[in-house]
Design a protein around this ligand. Structure first.
Ligand SMILES: [Zn+2]
Length: 398
């Protein structure tokens, strides 16, 4: 039990100024902003924008080289070249996962992400090593961030003997989601991969999150099959398709019927809003009722030297990619980095409403749109306590 305290003079989502009472880590009540003198326990909101904490819906912490000496990207041109190159890099790097992933995780928390989904590599070479390291890391930061994992067959599932057995072992260890990867492009056996993924998820009552880079009609066909499996196994609300570039490559008339199935089955899409390829059409999908969220994907790793773990910057990149200029459109980009992610990840208790956990950001800007455009310095609160300010975590565990 903690003493109730007032968060004074804040503007939830950019509305008029309010005070909110925080008790035992939850928002308990609100009132119009009082002009009374601050007490010793009050948090002075200084008329800042109040928003829920950010949601990182797709990251690969176990692969990152964050905090390591700069390493030039030496990968060849194809997806398979990148996969082979990454195996080499991960074999050579000396720093343990706890150090690399821990440093990036702290950076993400300091920038305001308090909910996160992390894909974790599994293959016969590394076995369960990455999964076990990430589960330990999660325990070390459990009081600061809600971190869920996806077991990710980076080097293939059906086409890589031994991987399926390891994925089953990872489920038994408590990993929350079954991952997949290009059922056609990587495994060349889409039905076998989807069959395995959905049966495993169903058996352990877990979520599904499939990386889909396959392009054009081949990709769209696989999305329709993922919808079939979601329906057949009753996985509505627990399935995500990551990237789904194909949705941005085909005419909307062809995409629309599939989008309507995604909406009806509550299948979410994740985009990193990349610059180098087609991106699912954000506003049209939103209009069709599809939940689209955002993720950083790889940060400073063998895939990409880019990224900084700031989900407000990711929202800006989405807005930039689609030329979102209107305030309501910018607010939609903000939602993709917050509430849409919370929905996709199945979070219970999210938002700056009464009864929800007091996990929030304070930013010196007027509106959600201004927050996306300016990516201001921010204060990060967890359960009503300040945990980061000015991009620095107050209690580093490194
Ligand atoms: Zn990824």
């Amino acid at each position: 039990m903690t003493q109730p305290r007032w968060l004074r003079n804040v503007r939830p989502y950019g509305s008029t100024a309010k005070d909110l009472l925080i008790e035992n880590g939850l928002f308990k009540q609100h009132r119009p902003a009082s002009t009374a003198v601050l007490t010793a326990t009050d948090i002075d909101g200084q008329n800042q924008l109040l928003t829920p904490a950010l949601v990182e819906s797709h990251i690969h912490l176990d692969k990152t080289l964050w905090g390591q000496p700069w390493r030039a990207n030496s990968a060849g041109p194809t997806l398979k070249d990148y996969i082979a190159n990454e195996r080499r890099v991960l074999r050579e790097v000396d720093a343990p996962i706890a150090q690399r992933a821990g440093a990036l995780l702290e950076n993400c928390i300091a920038r305001g992400s308090l909910t996160m989904r992390c894909h974790v590599d599994i293959d016969p070479e590394f076995g369960l090593r990455h999964v076990e390291a990430m589960q330990q890391l999660r325990e070390s930061y459990r009081d600061l961030i809600d971190l869920q994992l996806v077991v990710f067959p980076q080097t293939g599932l059906i086409s890589r003997p031994g991987t399926a057995e390891l994925m089953r072992e990872a489920m038994a260890l408590g990993v929350e989601n079954v991952g997949g990867l290009d059922p056609c492009g990587i495994d060349n056996d889409p039905i076998a991969q989807l069959d395995f993924v959905f049966k495993l998820a169903s058996e352990f009552e877990r979520g599904v999150d499939i990386h889909l880079h396959d392009k054009g009609e081949l990709g769209l066909w696989q999305i329709a099959r993922i919808a079939d499996y979601t329906e057949r196994f009753g996985c509505q609300g627990r399935v995500m398709i990551s990237h789904a570039y194909c949705l941005g490559m085909l005419p909307w008339s062809q995409v629309k019927p599939v989008a309507e199935r995604l909406a009806a089955l509550n299948i979410s899409l994740m985009s990193s809003a990349p610059a180098d390829c087609a991106v699912p059409p954000f506003l049209a999908l939103r209009e069709a009722g599809v939940n689209v969220c955002l993720g950083s994907d790889g940060i400073r790793d063998a895939w990409s030297p880019m990224g900084n773990g700031d989900m407000l910057e990711r929202a800006m990149l989405l807005a930039f990619r689609f030329d979102l200029n209107k305030d309501d459109e910018l607010a939609a980009a903000f939602e993709a980095a917050t509430v849409n992610g919370a929905r996709a990840l199945g979070c219970e208790g999210y938002g700056v409403e009464i009864g929800q956990p007091a996990d929030f950001l304070l930013m010196p800007v007027q509106t959600l749109g201004e927050a996306v455009v300016s990516r201001p310095v921010r204060q990060v609160y967890r359960g009503g306590e300040l945990i980061a300010s000015g991009g620095q975590l107050l209690d580093s565990r490194l």
